[in-house]
Design a protein around this ligand. Sequence first.
Ligand code: FES
Length: 122
Amino acid sequence: MNDEQPRKKITLDLEFFGDPRPPAPGRVHLLPANVWLQLEPGESVFEAAKRSNIGIPTTCGGKGTCGLCRVLFPLPAREPTYVERQHIDRADLARGVRLACRSRPTHDLAITVLPEPRLGRK
Ligand code: FES
């Protein structure tokens, strides 16, 4: 008899866990809430917003699996991570859409929280 449990598929976003000593974080002007957030070292925009009681759409709690925490960066936006490329279509990536839970800005900038994407659209 085989007692092995079915294996779960895990997607690692290695680009998100690059530097063990993250660079000094920036401040984020979060729109449309119109709130400035000071990021802590290693903290994502999603975590900073949560700490400040600002709701960003999610069902995964910041693990990078739901793709709902979409935010709009000013252009030119940073390169998307592997996980972002899985959740955001090319047109949206090109216009600066990224995931708040994968974003750790190192300079001050304004980011707009986008509404939850419609079901069935990638
Ligand atoms: S919070 Fe789920 S992907 Fe970012």
